[in-house]
Design a protein around this ligand. Structure first.
Ligand SMILES: [Mn+2]
Length: 352
């Protein structure tokens, strides 16, 4: 079934610069941002399967490992975790003619892969494509589709695959592709609850279910897969949440010590941030996490028209209006003091 164009913003014509590069390429490398999530992983697995079906050679290489609740996507193909000493990957990269970065619009989000990718693009003949839906893209790739209207990168890849079906006359959405795309859209829309859950998103989800995605199985795999360590970290974190006296700001600092005591990992913090905004008076919440290498990861969430991506940009980060983040090179003490103060100042500047 080809969907009516209702709600679909990019058609075959809109996608043609990307499709030209994809159909010319033979060797592909797909990647996503550091600390990958369901949208980045689902989008890249879906695109990898489609390109393979079109007879292309595809590798998926990411700067960080796949969180355990998304390992089911690996059934569709190997996902390599790159560390910068990995000579084989560097060699493979130099042989690729197309790199596609999904779900990120800043080159630095490729982490340790970045210098090798930029080198292959500048010195070699590798083309770079970027497909993303965050705000404020950096102009670094040969073709960039950065559409902030989209609920998810998965929504964009779905539209791209429809355009590829039109172009090639082939059926490309297999049950595995449908599962990967459904995972992408479901996770980035907070299970179809966030403001960008347009009628089109529901229509798209329906089409993916029709083509073999199993909503309850995917939900269960993604969300009901906590380890006892993650639950312990959640318990510790809930007692450490700080709500400002006026109720407008919620903040939480997760130290390396909290993670060591509970035996939890960085991706276990992902489920915690939603609790910070669950108090209705809270306008902005911030989760600060001390990473193993000493850097501080800050994740901001907001309610209503508060552009926390502007806040994240003050520290060199970015994201969406209601969800953004950044990485800071400063001590834990400094971050704990400075970030909540900056949040307060930012909120005051919004007249809140
Ligand atoms: Mn996304």
């Amino acid at each position: 079934m080809i969907l009516p164009v209702y709600g679909r913003k990019l058609d075959l014509m809109g996608w043609s610069p990307v499709i030209d590069i994809l159909l010319e390429g033979q060797q592909f490398l797909l990647t996503t941002h550091e600390n990958s999530d369901g949208d980045g992983l689902g989008s890249q697995v879906a695109l990898a399967l489609v390109l393979k079906r079109l007879g292309r050679h595809v590798m998926i290489v990411n700067p960080t490992e796949v969180p355990p609740n998304y390992t089911f996507l690996k059934q569709a193909g190997n996902i390599v975790h790159f560390d910068d000493r990995d000579e084989d990957v560097i060699q493979d990269l130099s042989l690729c003619d197309v790199l596609v970065l999904l779900d990120a619009n800043l080159s630095e989000r490729m982490g340790a892969l970045r210098p090798h990718v930029l080198f292959a693009n500048e010195v070699g003949s590798m083309k770079m494509v970027c497909i993303d839906h965050h705000l404020d893209p950096e102009d670094f790739a040969d073709v960039m589709v950065c559409e902030q209207y989209a609920s998810s990168t998965g929504e964009l890849v779905y539209d791209l695959v429809l355009a590829l079906e039109e172009k090639t006359g082939m059926q490309l959405i297999t049950p595995q592709v449908a599962e990967a795309l459904y995972t992408a859209v479901m996770t980035d829309t907070g299970s179809f609850r966030f403001p960008k859950s347009s009628p089109y998103v529901y229509q798209l989800a329906g089409d993916l279910v029709d083509k073999g995605a199993d909503p309850s199985k995917i939900y269960d795999l993604v969300y009901n897969s906590l380890t006892p360590q993650a639950l312990k970290l959640l318990g510790l974190s809930l007692t450490a949440i700080d709500i400002s006296d006026d109720g407008l700001i919620a903040s939480l600092f997760i130290s390396q010590e909290m993670m060591k005591t509970t035996g939890s990992r960085l991706f276990d913090t992902d489920l915690i941030i939603r609790y910070l905004l669950s108090v209705p008076s809270v306008r902005i919440s911030v989760l600060m996490t001390e990473m193993q290498d000493g850097r501080i990861k800050a994740s901001f969430r907001s309610r209503g028209d508060i552009y926390v991506n502007h806040l994240a940009r003050q520290y060199g980060g970015g994201g969406h209006m209601n969800a953004a983040g950044c990485l800071l090179n400063c001590s834990a003490e400094k971050a704990r003091r400075m970030i909540p103060e900056d949040v307060r100042r930012f909120l005051a500047a919004q007249g809140q």
